[in-house]
Design a protein around this ligand. Structure first.
Ligand SMILES: *Cc1c(COP(=O)(O)O)cnc(C)c1O
Length: 367
């Protein structure tokens, strides 16, 4: 069956990005594949990352970790969004490392029969996950029933390398690691860096870096760190869709719900077979598609399953032709960064929200 829309994921781009990031970091690399690998496909990307030399995989949820294991991933896997009451027995059975950021979770792990592998998560200033108020009490606990593999934290502003909060968090991390050393606990793997820190802040590399967005070939922040191209990264996802319909329209036609836009000249409009149900942001004025290397901007509001683009009066596009929604920008198409800017969001959200109705195709991009 021919698709009406597809997300083509080039795993060789992911492999190239992993090689670049490993080289940059000079330490082990954990490939972050949470949230269906930022929309690129959990299992395929997890296995591809392992083949490409990633040393670890990281996910938010325990069920993501177990899915990776049952599909044959052999490298260590860390799950870091694990609440009290989780199925810790399965975590141990599947050899999943668990992040611990509360005494409640620690106590559940310490009462298992088998010795679970844990990474102690520290709140060094982001004020999200990690130990903060329970830290001193945590230091008094009995750690003999767990294997402490790692200690880690997360940056709030690594994409703004000049911000003082980065050095504050780094100092706080070192101080809390010393607290552990003072009671004789020396976790072998200390880790703090996300993609932005891996690219910008070598002092924070420690023993392992956790890279998500850059591994998918996207910049953590185009304004502060530069584009994918500037960073030498290759965007892995290309989304394309079919023109459900091409029609000639006179000047003065009102387009879409709310009649928020209209044609200013006789032109050809294309109806693209994707909508906000597929993760196309409803307000995306300034983004669009490309046909044959020529940009066709969105006109009017995005609907649930479709949106309209202005192809221009001279376009040769016809009903049924493919257009590129976003890609690496090398053939005149919009990028995930263009869509992010147009919709007031970030590239992370653009790829992650491409919905389950859009099949992922593991193949080179097409033009
Ligand atoms: C998502 C996440 C990462 C990856 O962040 P990127 O900016 O995509 O590199 C790293 N560590 C943790 C704890 C995360 O939640």
């Amino acid at each position: 069956m021919e698709h009406r829309a597809e997300a083509r994921v080039d795993v060789s781009a992911i492999a190239a990005n992993i090689a670049l990031l490993k080289n940059k970091a000079g330490v082990e690399l954990l490939a972050v594949v949470k949230a269906d690998a930022y929309g690129h496909g959990l299992i395929e990307v997890g296995l591809a990352a392992e083949r490409a030399g990633a040393d670890w995989l990281g996910v938010a949820l325990l069920e993501e970790a177990i899915a990776l294991r049952t599909h044959g991933v052999r490298i260590p896997i860390l799950a870091w969004l694990v609440s009290p009451g989780s199925d810790f027995k399965s975590a141990v059975t599947h050899d999943i490392d668990i992040a611990v950021s509360s005494i409640a979770v620690f106590n559940e792990l310490a009462t298992l029969k088998a010795k679970p592998r844990i990474h102690i998560e520290l709140d060094t200033g982001m004020t999200r996950g990690g130990f903060l108020d329970e830290w001193q009490e945590f230091l008094t606990l009995d750690f003999s029933q767990v294997e402490i593999v790692g200690v880690f934290s997360h940056f709030a502003r690594a994409d703004e390398p000049g911000e003082k909060q980065n050095s504050d968090q780094l100092m706080c991390f070192k101080k809390m690691v010393e607290d552990l050393a003072a009671i004789g606990v020396n976790p072998p793997i200390k880790h703090l860096s996300n993609s932005a820190a891996t690219l910008m802040n070598h002092d924070a590399a420690f023993d392992l870096v956790r890279t998500g967005i850059a591994m998918y070939g996207l910049s953590p922040d185009v304004n502060t760190l530069g584009s994918s191209n500037d960073l030498g990264l290759k965007p892995a996802m290309q989304v394309r869709a079919k023109l459900h319909l091409v029609k000639s329209v006179p000047a003065g036609a009102l387009v879409g719900y709310g009649a928020t836009a209209g044609t200013h000249r006789d032109t050809k409009l294309g109806v693209v077979a994707m909508g906000y149900a597929d993760g196309i942001p409803r307000n995306s004025q300034g983004a669009g598609v490309a046909f044959d290397g020529v940009k066709a901007p969105i006109i009017g509001r995005v609907s649930m399953d479709q949106f309209v683009v202005d192809l221009g009066a001279d376009s040769t596009a016809q009903s049924g032709d493919w257009v590129i929604v976003f890609g690496d920008g090398s053939h005149g198409e919009y990028t995930a960064d263009d869509w992010a800017r147009a919709s007031g969001s970030i590239n992370y959200e653009i790829t992650t929200r491409i919905g389950p109705r859009v099949p992922r195709i593991y193949a080179p991009h097409v033009y």
